[in-house]
Design a protein around this ligand. Structure first.
Ligand code: SAM
Ligand code: ASE
Length: 349
């Protein structure tokens, strides 16, 4: 099976296969460098630093840091220059923009959550596939209840998860909100809108619409406290979208909501949205969409495995979303692939 997809040169020597097998080490190199503060230090220092200086500043072994820095040069995240026989390391533009903590496009929070929650959960991927269920209990101890009580098992975990959610829209938010022209929708409710990051993008693209983030009370409280410095225009409303609290609106945004849940739960949720929706309104799903035949994109396939390991849901194909929407009364389903991580589907009531 595999050999059909691999070229002749891969048979001569399995370059790509070896790279895949080594993938977890590459992830861990980036995770560890982020956690140790390497990218922040290099951004702050404004000049290239020796391994010894970096080790000193960050309180690590010199030998370990030198190998880490060289590996980061190897994967082209750092740059190195030798001056008077000393190797001096500095960040690439990509590292400064996406890996340093304070940067406007920082993925630091995404990396922290991947490293500290997703990576341990994925060490039980084999069991997840054997058992067909989430690996929270094996990884972190008894679950606290339903999917989100478990994901939010402590205030600290909830804030880390919110950081992960927030950081996606720094890179994908604009494409997602402009994939369709949504300017005709007056009142937009982002159901399960978390920190409000996507809602902010909505408001920027459609300044004459009013945008409300709807989420669980503890999430709304944390969003307003920790994620909303210049976010005043986005309004927040707390509630539970499974208990009939859904406010009336012209457009409901459901970003990474459907993929959390089973078919049955999705149908229940979409039905209550249909009932709450104003006439002429609609729903915008934002998900990493599988190809119709589910043979890709690889990133969506990986996310789908992640939903098995961490939640109850899965990633779906365009026809699976269309089917869910049609069964709950929505029509005129339009699918837009962005070619990046997240795609969108618009349907009308
Ligand atoms: N839409 C956000 C995004 O894409 O960045 C967050 C997606 S996150 C995977 C799912 C969100 O649904 C979380 O913010 C969670 O708190 C919220 N949520 C889960 N169960 C909920 C419920 N019963 N009522 C309201 N919100 C809920
Ligand atoms: C969810 C989205 C995610 C629930 C749990 C999650 C993500 C990670 N864990 O709705 C984001 C996208 N997936 C990955 C693997 O980063």
């Amino acid at each position: 099976m595999m050999s059909e997809h691999l070229s002749q040169s891969e048979l001569d020597y399995p370059f790509r296969l070896l790279e895949y097998i080594n993938g977890f080490r590459v992830s861990k190199v980036i995770f560890s460098a982020s956690e140790l503060g390497v990218f922040d230090l290099l951004l702050r220092s404004q000049e290239a630093l020796s391994a010894q200086r970096v080790a000193q500043e960050l309180g690590t072994s010199m030998d370990g840091m030198e190998r880490l820095l060289d590996a980061l040069v190897g994967i082209e995240i750092l740059e190195v220059e030798v001056t008077n026989g000393t190797a001096l390391y500095s960040s690439s533009d990509v590292a400064n923009l996406y890996l340093a903590k304070g940067s406007s496009k920082s993925l630091h929070d995404m990396i922290i959550y991947q490293s500290q929650t997703i990576y341990p959960l994925w060490s039980h991927l084999g069991d997840a596939i054997r058992e067909g269920k989430s690996q929270y209990e094996k990884t972190f101890g008894p679950p606290s209840g339903d999917v989100f009580q478990t994901i939010y098992r402590s205030e600290e975990e909830m804030l880390k998860f919110m950081g992960l959610m927030n950081s996606s829209w720094v890179i994908d938010g604009h494409d997602v909100v402009t994939a369709f022209n949504l300017s005709s929708f007056q009142t937009i409710v982002d159901l399960g809108g978390c920190t409000g990051a996507l809602a902010r993008e909505m408001l920027e693209a459609y300044p004459s619409s009013s945008v409300i983030v709807f989420d669980l009370p503890q999430v709304v409280e944390a969003a307003q406290k920790h994620f909303c410095q210049e976010n005043k225009a986005v309004k927040f409303q707390s509630g539970d979208f499974f208990s009939g609290d859904i406010p009336a609106a012209d457009l409901y945004v459901l970003a990474r909501i459907i993929h959390d849940w089973s078919e049955e739960t999705c149908l229940t949720l979409l039905k209550s949205i249909y009932d709450a929706c104003n006439p002429g309104g609609g729903v915008l799903l934002v998900e990493a969409m599988l190809f119709e035949n589910k043979r890709g994109p690889v990133s969506a396939q990986m996310f789908s495995l992640n939903m098995l390991v961490q939640a109850e849901g899965r990633e779906r194909s365009p026809s699976e979303y269309t089917h869910l929407l049609n069964r709950t009364g929505f029509h005129n389903v339009q699918v837009h692939r962005t070619g990046k991580s997240y795609d969108t589907i618009l349907a009308l009531r």
